[in-house]
Design a protein around this ligand. Structure first.
Ligand code: ATP
Length: 438
C-alpha cells in the first residue's frame, strides 16, 4: 500500500452499526455447520471433520453408506458424482455438507475423540460473530458485533475515502486490523484463532474490467509471497468451484501454503461484484454510486478483494524460514527470514568488553536504531552470540574488534552464508539499508 499511489489506507471501527452486518449478509449467512458427539460431548465443524479422520476409515464409511443404501439408486448416483471429483478431501467435505448424504455418512463414522460410532447429532448452523451490547441494557436493541472481517469497514467508508483522497477508479483501500470469529475449533497455533489480524485490500473497478483485475491481483498477491522468499513449491492456488462460492462472490481463489499439517488457505482473492456496495446502499438508503468523470456515468463499482490473514501468513513465513543445519560439526537452528521480515535487522557485538569496544558498539547501535530495530549483545563468546541471533532470524551481525580501533571498520556477518565482510562505520547504515530493502 505504501508503495502504490492507487491504494489508500484506512483504520475503520471494530464496533459498527449492527445493520452493517445485516447488509453484508453476515447475520444470516456467516455460519459454520456444527455437530456434537452425544457420547463425549466433543464439538466439531462438519465441513472440516474429514481432516481428523484417516483415509482408510473414510473409505470404509463410504463403502458402508453405499452398501446400506443400495436400494436407493438416486442417492448412489449422487454419491458417485461427488466421488468422481479429483480432490478426495474435497469430495468427502461435499458429502458431509450435503443434507441427505451427510446424515447417512455421519451415522457410519466414528467420533475422532472418543471413537464411538453413530453418536453425532444432526448438523446445526452456528453464527461465528461475537455479539455484545452497547450501553447498560442487554436487550436486542443494543446488540453490536465484533467485526469478523475488516472489509465491511472499508465498504461503508468507500465514498468518504474516495472523495477525500481524490482517487479515481480503479483504486484500492487497504487496512490491517483485528478480526474476531467465534470459531468452533481453534487449532494449529496461529492458523485458527478466535482473535486474529487481517490485512485486506478492496480494489474498486469498473464492472467491465472485473476479470482483468481479478487475474492481476491473483498474480500480484502470489508474487508478494515469492518476493519475501517463501518457497515456491509450498504455495499453490485453489480455485473455488462455482457451487462452493460464497454468497457474494463471482470468482474466488485461495492462496494455500503447505503447512506441516497439510495445505491451508493463507489468503483469499475474491471478485465480490457490486454485491457489498449495493447491499449497503439498500440498507442505509445512502447512495454508494461512483461518478465516472470520463464516461459521465454513475454506477456501483465492482470489488476485487485480497484478504490475507496477517497472523496466519506470519505462521507460514515462520515455518518456511525454519532450518536446522550442521555448521563446523555443530548443529544450528536458524530462521532464514527475508531481511524485510526479520524482526531484528542487525545485532551489534563488542568483541570484548574493554579497550573502548563497548562504547563504539553503543554508538553504532544508537545510530542504526534510527532506521530499524537492532539488538546489542555483549554476553558470552561471539560464536554463541551468532547462534542466538540465528535463532531469532537476525540477518546481519556486526562485530567491533581490534581492527575497528585502527581503521574504523567493523565485520558484518551474513546469517545465511555466514560470510563476513568489513564495512566502514560511516557507511554501515547505508550498507544495511541497501541489503534489507534491495
Ligand atoms: P477458513 O476457511 O480457514 O475458515 P475463511 O475462508 O473463512 O478461512 P476468509 O474469510 O477468506 O477466511 O478470511 C481471510 C483470511 O483471514 C484467511 O485467508 C486467513 O488467512 C485469515 N483467517 C480467517 N479466519 C481465521 C482464523 N480463525 N484465525 C486466523 N486467521 C484467519
Amino acid at each position: 500500500m505504501t508503495y502504490r499511489e492507487d491504494i489508500e489506507g484506512l483504520d475503520a471501527s471494530i464496533l459498527m452499526h449492527p445493520r452493517v452486518w445485516e447488509a453484508s449478509g453476515h447475520v444470516e449467512n456467516f455460519t459454520d455447520p456444527m455437530i456434537d458427539c452425544k457420547q463425549c460431548k466433543a464439538r466439531f465443524r462438519l465441513d472440516v471433520l474429514g481432516d481428523q479422520i484417516n483415509e482408510k476409515k473414510k473409505k470404509k464409511a463410504i463403502e458402508a453408506l453405499k452398501e446400506n443404501n443400495k436400494d436407493n439408486p438416486t442417492l448412489i448416483s449422487k454419491v458417485d458424482t461427488i466421488l468422481s471429483g479429483s480432490d478426495e478431501a474435497d469430495n468427502f467435505e461435499r458429502m458431509l455438507i450435503d443434507d441427505e448424504i451427510g446424515k447417512l455418512l455421519l451415522a457410519e463414522l466414528n467420533c475422532p475423540q472418543c471413537g464411538n460410532k453413530g453418536t453425532f447429532t444432526a448438523a446445526r448452523k452456528f453464527n461465528l460473530m461475537f455479539k455484545t451490547f452497547v450501553g447498560p441494557v442487554e436487550d436486542s436493541g443494543s446488540v453490536v458485533y465484533l467485526r469478523p472481517e475488516t472489509a465491511q469497514g472499508i465498504y461503508i467508508n468507500f465514498l468518504n475515502v474516495q472523495s477525500s483522497s481524490r482517487q479515481k477508479l480503479p483504486f484500492g483501500i487497504a487496512q490491517i486490523g483485528k478480526a474476531f470469529r467465534n470459531e468452533i475449533n481453534t487449532k494449529n497455533f496461529l492458523f485458527r484463532t478466535r482473535e486474529f489480524e487481517q490485512m485486506e485490500m478492496q480494489f474498486f473497478v469498473q464492472p467491465a474490467n472485473d476479470k482483468k483485475w481479478f487475474e492481476y491481483w491473483k498474480a500480484e498477491r502470489i508474487n508478494w509471497y515469492y518476493s519475501l522468499g517463501m518457497t515456491k513449491e509450498k504455495l499453490r492456488y485453489y480455485d473455488h468451484p462455482k457451487d462452493k462460492l460464497a454468497h457474494y462472490a463471482k470468482e474466488a481463489t485461495d492462496i494455500e501454503y503447505d503447512f506441516p499439517f497439510g495445505w491451508g488457505e493463507i489468503e483469499g482473492i475474491h471478485n465480490r461484484t457490486n454485491y457489498d456496495l449495493s447491499r449497503h446502499e439498500e440498507h442505509s438508503g445512502k447512495s454508494m454510486k461512483y461518478f465516472d468523470e470520463e464516461s459521465k456515468e454513475k454506477y456501483i463499482p465492482f470489488i476485487i478483494e485480497t484478504s490475507a490473514g496477517a497472523s496466519r501468513s506470519f505462521m507460514a513465513f515462520l515455518i518456511d524460514a525454519y532450518y536446522e543445519e550442521e555448521v563446523n560439526n555443530e548443529q544450528r537452528s536458524v530462521l532464514k527470514f527475508h531481511p524485510k521480515l526479520a524482526p531484528i535487522k542487525a545485532a551489534i557485538f563488542p568483541l570484548v568488553n574493554k579497550d573502548g569496544m563497548p562504547e563504539i558498539s553503543r554508538e553504532i547501535e544508537k545510530d542504526l536504531r534510527r532506521n530499524f530495530k537492532v539488538f546489542y549483545d555483549d554476553k558470552g563468546a561471539v560464536g554463541r552470540r551468532y547462534r542466538r541471533q540465528d535463532e531469532a532470524g537476525t540477518p546481519y551481525c556486526i562485530t567491533v574488534d581490534t581492527q575497528t580501533l585502527e581503521d574504523k571498520t567493523v565485520t558484518v556477518r551474513d546469517r545465511d552464508s555466514m560470510e563476513q565482510v568489513r564495512v566502514s562505520i560511516d557507511k554501515l547504515s547505508e550498507y544495511l539499508l541497501l541489503k534489507i530493502n534491495g
